[in-house]
Every structure is written in structure tokens, then in C-alpha cells.
Design a protein around this ligand. Structure first.
Ligand code: CAA
Length: 261
């Protein structure tokens, strides 16, 4: 697929994915959603062993992503609305379940679908000017890309209810205090901080990292027993070549050379 709205750069084997519609504050139109689905689904490049992780950010100085593209909502009926929400949810799950670290570098407005996209990523770095919110009730709808569920996971039920009912925006420091942002950094440093964390993770065993993601997500997945997922994952990892290498390297007092096997 040729990407039109995603600008993708390989920077030292970290794929920096920039939502690139700055004139529309990087709003998620259908084309952009199709491209995200392809990138996190069918595209083989992000899955290559050499790729350490993904950084998702927004073009321009103003916005990470200002939400779903409201201009595409006009004329939408209930059936089309359900389809849009289901597709959006499916794409957010692709991101959340991606087996390598995916970090949102939130450089401005992260509203509606933009906040939902950031929440589907594994970690969020907020620039000092970042603004998070779920303003959908202003439009007569609710968050539709998993926001009603993931906001609770990040900030707890009471605050999630307040944010989604008042449509209030919160700044970077408040987002950090609530557990929504992992770190707050100066403007312009969002991507660098995300890359620093991915480079740290890249020194660990890749299959173990994928299992951390799977087991953490299991806690939030209906009908999946997270403890069983952990037990099975632990067992599978102890049978891996990287576990032999990691344990041997510790005993031999040297740095482990993991191969992702
Ligand atoms: N969809 C489409 N276009 C958008 C957009 C969106 N979500 N957000 C901003 N834009 C466009 C504006 O229409 C404007 O385009 P024009 O110049 O062609 O008019 C351009 O981006 C710049 O925006 P503003 O002039 O409004 O910029 P501002 O600085 O005055 O305000 C803002 C910034 C507060 C973010 C404001 O743009 C805003 O409130 N945007 C909408 C936010 C929103 O409601 N998001 C939720 C969308 S619904 C959703 O996401 C549902 C879901 O869960 C799936």
C-alpha cells in the first residue's frame, strides 16, 4: 500500500509514523484509518526482527490527532456509525496487541479518536503542550474507538466518567498525574524520549517483550485468564534459546546477545 496520510521514517530501526494531515489537525479520516490498519496489520516491514519499535506522532506544532474526521460524519446513519466504530475498535486492538513497543509521542491535541489512538499505544509521552480529551458529547456522540473502555483503564472510573461527560481537556501534567501520560517532556522532545525508551527495550529479549504485551493486555480482555496467560507464556519462554542465552550471560557476567528465538 502506498501511504498518503502516514509519513513513515526508519530512524535507526525505529519506525516513526507521523499522522500527516496538519491542515485538519491530523484528524483520522477513512484513508488514514485504512493506512493505520494496513501498517499495523498486513505490512511486513514493522514486523521485521530488526525493527525495535514504533513511535506514533502528529505532523505540525498543534496536534497529535484532533479526533475522527468530523467532516466525514455528515450524512452518516446508525448502520454506518456502527461499522465505523467497529472498524476503529479493530484498528486500536491491532495497535494495542502489536508485539513490539508502540509509543505515542503526543505533541499537541489528542482529542476524541486521537486520545483513543494514544491510549491504544503501550506508552504515552506528552509534550508540555499536549492536551487530552474526549469531547464527543459536544457532537451528540460518545467515544467510538475504545475510549469509554480504555479511559477507565488509564484514569479510573470516576475521572473517566467526568472527562467523557464534561468534554474537558486536560494538560500534560494532569494527564501524567492521572496515569494517562507516562512522561512529560519539553516541546519538541516527544519523539526523542519515545526513541530513548524503545532503545532501552531493544536491549531485552524480543519474545519476552511480546509476552509482556500479551500478558498485560490479557488482564483487560474478557474471557481470558491473565494468570493462565502468564503461566503459559513463562513456560514458553523458558523453552526459548534467548532464555538460555540470558541466563548464561548472567552467570558468565557478560551482556546477553538475544536473537529473538
Ligand atoms: N475533524 C475534521 N477536521 C478537524 C477536526 C476533526 N476532528 N479537528 C480540527 N479540524 C480542522 C478544522 O475544521 C479546521 O479546518 P478548516 O481550516 O478547514 O476550517 C482545522 O482543522 C483547524 O482547526 P480549528 O480552526 O478548529 O483550530 P483551533 O485551534 O481553533 O481549535 C481544536 C483546535 C480545539 C482541536 C478544534 O479544532 C476542535 O475542537 N476540533 C474537534 C475536536 C473533536 O471534537 N474531536 C472528536 C471528534 S469525534 C471522534 O473522534 C469520535 C470517535 O471517538 C471515533
Amino acid at each position: 500500500m502506498e501511504y498518503q496520510n502516514l509519513a513513515i521514517k526508519n530512524e535507526d530501526n525505529i519506525l516513526v509514523v507521523t499522522l500527516n494531515r496538519p491542515k485538519a489537525l491530523n484528524a483520522l479520516n477513512k484513508q488514514t484509518m485504512d493506512e493505520l490498519a494496513h501498517f499495523f496489520g498486513e505490512d511486513e516491514t514493522p514486523k521485521q526482527l530488526a525493527i525495535k519499535g514504533i513511535v506514533v506522532t502528529g505532523a505540525g506544532e498543534k496536534a497529535f490527532v484532533a479526533g475522527a474526521d468530523i467532516k466525514e460524519f455528515l450524512g452518516m446513519d446508525a448502520e454506518a456509525g456502527s461499522r465505523l466504530s467497529r472498524r476503529g475498535n479493530d484498528i486500536m486492538f491491532l495497535i494495542e496487541r502489536f508485539p513490539k513497543p508502540v509509543i505515542a509521542a503526543v505533541n499537541g491535541f489528542a482529542l476524541g479518536g486521537g486520545c483513543e489512538l494514544a491510549m491504544a499505544c503501550h506508552i504515552r509521552i506528552a509534550g508540555e503542550k499536549a492536551r487530552f480529551g474526549q469531547p464527543e458529547v459536544n457532537l451528540g456522540i460518545i467515544p467510538g474507538y475504545g475510549g469509554t473502555q480504555r479511559l477507565i483503564q488509564h484514569v479510573g472510573k470516576g475521572k473517566a466518567m467526568e472527562l467523557a461527560m464534561t468534554a474537558d481537556m486536560i494538560g500534560a501534567e494532569e494527564a501524567k498525574a492521572l496515569g494517562l501520560a507516562n512522561h512529560v517532556v519539553p516541546v519538541g522532545e516527544e519523539v526523542n524520549k519515545a526513541k530513548e525508551i524503545i532503545n532501552k527495550i531493544a536491549k531485552k529479549a524480543p519474545i519476552a517483550i511480546a509476552k509482556v504485551i500479551e500478558c498485560t493486555n490479557a488482564y483487560f480482555t474478557d474471557c481470558v485468564n491473565g494468570f493462565e496467560t502468564e503461566i503459559n507464556s513463562f513456560g514458553a519462554l523458558t523453552g526459548s534459546a534467548d532464555f538460555v542465552e540470558g541466563a548464561s550471560a548472567f552467570v558468565e557476567k557478560r551482556r546477553a546477545a538475544f536473537k529473538g528465538k
